[in-house]
Design a protein around this ligand. Structure first.
Ligand code: SAH
Length: 208
């Protein structure tokens, strides 16, 4: 298996959102966090020969990270066609060899059927539900995940652990790993007053 550092270097070419939409909470996953998540998932046996689903794939960062390892296939689902254009460009830049399918649709009402003879791993950095009008967006995503995934890795905003734990317990799943991560975000939206901003996030591995 290649190193995490090698994966991060390969993901450094992934471009961000061309015109990020605040209503969709379009924050790109930084390459170091994407590499961390994918490498960890691969070490745990959750990537090789599995179907990897990236819900709210945006720039394609997590999907492409997985595609640089050895999954059976990768599927990126995204509502915004402009973001999918960016993901397609990024796929060309990264040049991963695993088959990748890009699907335009609502990840909370998954527009696809998956083969049931292969394990499904979800990797996602969904909308956090931090914007007004979009509250609990991560709940709808977790709900979709609970229906299709054997295991998932998801990024949430700080302070989500209690909510995620109780959601997972209700679904008879198990939260097996939890760790904190810091996003170093470049200024993206007008309401950000600093050029760079740090966002505290939490990452969870869940067996469903
Ligand atoms: N993981 C991506 C994007 C994170 S931002 C990356 O690293 O680039 C969250 C993404 O979810 C955005 O691209 C947004 O457009 C998308 N999104 C929001 N609601 C969605 C929905 N209901 N279905 C599919 N995608 C959605």
């Amino acid at each position: 298996m290649a190193t995490k550092a090698a994966l991060e270097a390969q993901l450094a070419v992934v471009a961000g959102f061309e015109a990020p939409k605040v209503s969709l909470e379009q924050y790109p996953t930084p390459p170091d966090l994407a590499a961390h998540l994918v490498h960890l998932a691969d070490l745990r046996g959750d990537i090789e020969s599995t179907t990897v689903l990236d819900l709210g794939t945006g720039t394609g960062m997590l999907a492409l990270g997985a595609a640089l390892r050895s999954p059976a296939r990768v599927v990126g689902v995204e509502l915004d066609p402009d973001a999918l254009d960016t993901a397609l460009d990024n796929a060309r830049r990264v040049g991963a060899s695993a088959p990748i399918h890009w699907i335009r649709g609502d990840a909370t009402r998954l527009p696809l059927c998956l083969p049931d003879d292969q394990p499904v791993t979800v990797l996602m950095n969904p909308p956090f539900g931090a914007q007004r009008g979009n509250e609990h967006a991560d709940r709808a995503f977790l709900d979709a995940v609970s229906r299709v995934a054997d295991v998932s890795y998801s990024v949430h905003n700080e302070g989500s652990k209690e909510f995620v734990e109780s959601f997972v317990a209700d679904a008879d799943g198990e939260l097996t790993d939890a760790f904190r991560a810091t996003f170093d975000l470049e200024r993206q939206f007008d309401f950000h007053d600093a050029d760079r901003r740090e966002l505290d996030a939490e990452v969870f591995r869940i067996e469903w």
